[in-house]
Design a protein around this ligand. Structure first.
Ligand code: TRP
Length: 343
């Protein structure tokens, strides 16, 4: 079997890449429990690459000053959450030009029909409709494939909603490898089991999302507002604390969040809440979330208050990422028949 020119040496830790969009001025509890916390945990066993995907953030109309601010605050929060820039390459996507370069190559390998089957396009196009949406929004899963394949990532920690994009990524890697030469590691989705899927506190039938701020817990929000939102969480009239996501989604969501934050298994929590009113559970959840959010916000602010240091961390992350990305892109260009520039 041919060696991947860019494969890792035997015995090396498997690589992981994941990305998060800088589209809000604060991460929310769902981002933390669903993604960031796992990014942190994976640093022990994997060689980790984490990126703030600003190229993806321009697939929908955006304000330049807001994007710039959100990118910095997203980067700072990633580190505040525990992603360690010594152990992980953490970088801003646009600092590594190879993403856009490989993205183009992969677009030329993707069928129009194949891209049209990506279900997120219609959802993300939203009310404006698909003909007003940008072509960038349409091709965004292909750029995501480039993000992953550049690093020869073996695993990609993502939520259930990204499964289809991972399938596309695998198809493109296999297609490239068989049409040209063995170049890419074919990655697997590391769909986060046990990662709490946090629901909207005001509407526990929906996933927590920044587009419904009333039921969304932003980690950089005032502790008082966080508490208030949790204490007014929508529950039900059964007045018994049971884990029953089907019939008691609000109470079950509170239990899951508390379990994720405290490490206490849900059944144990339920046993402890026998005969207790919802208010007690809500108070405990509010305390646990504030205990997470307060130091998180303070650490984020500290990083933002020292922009030169933040720039330095960004630059060193980008440099580490480029070392890998540039090698992969050189292999790709060679494999597809581009004439290398004379040196
Ligand atoms: N598409 C992902 C999301 O919307 C973000 C993302 C971009 C990503 N590139 C990635 C995730 C690469 C994993 C790997 O959440």
């Amino acid at each position: 079997m041919t060696e991947h020119a860019t494969a890792q040496p035997a015995g090396a830790r498997p690589r992981v890449l994941s990305g998060i969009q800088p589209t809000a001025d604060s991460f929310h509890l769902g981002n933390y429990l669903g993604a960031l916390r796992n990014w942190v945990a994976m640093q022990d066993d994997y060689e980790t690459f984490y990126t703030i995907v600003d190229l993806h953030a321009i697939t929908v109309p955006q304000d330049p000053a807001v994007l710039r601010a959100n990118t910095r605050v997203s980067f700072a929060q990633t580190i505040a959450a525990g992603v360690d820039p010594q152990r992980s390459a953490v970088f801003v996507q646009s600092h590594v030009p190879e993403h856009a370069q490989l993205g183009w190559v992969l677009m030329c390998l993707t069928g129009f029909g194949e891209a049209s089957r990506m279900t997120q396009f219609k959802d993300k196009a939203g009310k404006q409709g698909t003909s007003a949406a940008s072509v960038g929004l349409f091709t965004y899963p292909i750029l995501q494939a480039a993000d992953i394949l550049l690093y020869q990532a073996a695993e990609v920690p993502v939520g259930e909603d990204q499964r289809q994009h991972l399938e596309l990524t695998r198809d493109l890697a296999q297609r490239f490898n068989s049409r040209f030469s063995e170049t890419f590691v074919v990655p697997k989705a590391h769909v986060l089991k046990g990662a709490a899927k946090v629901l909207d506190f005001a509407d526990p039938t929906a996933k927590m999302s920044k587009s419904s701020p009333g039921g969304c817990i932003f980690l950089l929000e005032e502790p008082k507002r966080i508490s208030k939102k949790i204490k007014s969480a929508v529950t039900d009239s059964e007045a018994a604390i049971r884990f029953d996501p089907e019939n008691q989604p609000g109470v079950s969501n509170l239990l899951e969040v508390l379990s994720a934050l405290s490490g206490t298994p849900v059944p144990e929590l339920v046993a402890g809440y026998e005969g207790v009113l919802y208010g007690t559970l809500k108070g405990d959840v509010a305390d646990a979330v504030v205990a997470l959010a307060e130091p998180f916000a303070a650490r984020t602010q500290e990083l933002l208050d020292d922009p030169a240091e933040l720039d330095r961390i960004m630059a060193s992350g980008a440099q580490r990422a480029r070392e890998v990305a540039a090698r992969t892109l050189a292999d790709v260009y060679e494999a597809i028949g581009f004439v290398p520039p004379a040196r």
